[in-house]
Design a binder for this molecule. Structure first.
Ligand SMILES: Cc1cc2nc3c(=O)[nH]c(=O)nc-3n(C[C@H](O)[C@H](O)[C@H](O)COP(=O)(O)OP(=O)(O)OC[C@H]3O[C@@H](n4cnc5c(N)ncnc54)[C@H](O)[C@@H]3O)c2cc1C
Length: 259
C-alpha cells in the first residue's frame, strides 16, 4: 500500500536550469533499480520529503541508467510541486516513489511498420529515453519520426541530441514545431521546422512530407504532453483513418496526458 506521507529516500546529484521555467534534475535513489525493472516511457512520482503523498507528481524518465534518474521538468507557475522541485540543488534530499509505473512504452505498442512520436514541451522526455534505451524495439520500424512542439526554438531542449540521432539513422526524422515563432523560421539544429500546431499539418499532408513517410493505418503514433494537443491530434489522425489503440480493439494511437 502507498505511504500517506513521504520520507527522504533519494539525493539530487545534479541540477541544471534551462531557459524560462524549464530544468533538468538528476536524482540518485537510496534504493537500487535493476535494468530489467524499467522501460523507457515509464515514470516515477517525486515529492518534497514530508509532503502528503497526494502532492507527489509523476515525472517520466529521460534516463534511469547506472542508478541515476534524469528528469526534464517544467516548473508550472503556481503549481504545488514542480516549483519546489526546481529549488532543489545537488545534495538535497527528496522522495522518489519506489514504484515504476506506466504503459506508455514501445514494448506495448500495437504492430505497425512506422513509428511517429509527437510531444509538446516536457512530453519529449519519454521519447528521448526511448532513443537512448530502446534500440531493440525501435529496430522493428522502417521509419521513426519525432515531432516536438514548443512555443519558441529555445524551448527545444534535447534538440541537439535528437538531431544527432536523426543524422545517424537514415530511418529517423526530427521535426521541430514552433507554435509562437517571433521571426520567420526555417531550420533548427539542421532540421526544417514547422510553425503553428502539429495537428494542423496532418490534413494538409505537410507533416507526412516533412517526415518523408506516410501517416496511415501502418503508422503507430505515440502522443505525449499537453491534453489539448492530444485531443486535437487524435481527431486529426482519426479523420485520416487511424484509431485509438484499446485493449479491446487494436488501433494506432497511444497517448500519455501530462495533466
Ligand atoms: C505520466 C505522467 C508523466 C509526467 N511526466 C512529466 C515530466 O517528465 N516532466 C514534467 O514537467 N511534467 C510531467 N508530468 C506532469 C507532472 O506530473 C505535474 O503535473 C506537473 O509538474 C505540475 O505539478 P504541480 O504540482 O507543480 O502543479 P499542480 O499544482 O498539480 O497544478 C497542475 C496544473 O498545472 C498545469 N500543468 C501540469 N503540467 C504542466 C506542464 N507540463 N506544462 C504546463 N502546465 C502544466 C495544468 O493546468 C494542471 O492542471 C507528468 C504527468 C504524468 C501524468
Amino acid at each position: 500500500m502507498a505511504p500517506k506521507s513521504t520520507e527522504a529516500n533519494a539525493t539530487v546529484v545534479r541540477y541544471e536550469a534551462l531557459v524560462g521555467c524549464l530544468y533538468r534534475i538528476w536524482v540518485r535513489p537510496d534504493w537500487a533499480l535493476g535494468e530489467a525493472e524499467w522501460h523507457a516511457g515509464q515514470f516515477v512520482r517525486l515529492a518534497i520529503p514530508g509532503d502528503d503523498v497526494k502532492d507527489a507528481r509523476a515525472y517520466s524518465f529521460v534516463d534511469a541508467r547506472d542508478g541515476v534518474f534524469e528528469f526534464y521538468v517544467v516548473a508550472v507557475t503556481g503549481g504545488r510541486t514542480s516549483p519546489r522541485l526546481q529549488a532543489l540543488r545537488a545534495g538535497d534530499r527528496l522522495w522518489v516513489e519506489e514504484k515504476i509505473a506506466g504503459h506508455f512504452v514501445l514494448e506495448h505498442n500495437p504492430p505497425g511498420a512506422r513509428l511517429l512520436m509527437v510531444a509538446t514541451g516536457a512530453g519529449v522526455a519519454p521519447f528521448v529515453c526511448m532513443l537512448r534505451n530502446g534500440a531493440a524495439p525501435l529496430a522493428a520500424y522502417t521509419s521513426v519520426g519525432i515531432v516536438h512542439q514548443v512555443r519558441s526554438p529555445e524551448h527545444l531542449a534535447y534538440g541537439a541530441e535528437i538531431a544527432a540521432w536523426a543524422q545517424r539513422d537514415e530511418r529517423a526524422r526530427y521535426v521541430p514545431v514552433i507554435s509562437q515563432p517571433s521571426a520567420p523560421l526555417h531550420v533548427v539544429d539542421g532540421h526544417a521546422a514547422l510553425t503553428g500546431h502539429v495537428q494542423d499539418h496532418v490534413p494538409t499532408g505537410r507533416l507526412a512530407r516533412q517526415l518523408d513517410a506516410p501517416i496511415d493505418a501502418s503508422t503507430v503514433v505515440m502522443l505525449c504532453g499537453n491534453p489539448a494537443m492530444i485531443k486535437d491530434m487524435t481527431a486529426a489522425l482519426e479523420a485520416i483513418g487511424l484509431a485509438r489503440h484499446k485493449k479491446s480493439k487494436a488501433g494506432q494511437i497511444i497517448t500519455e496526458r501530462y495533466w
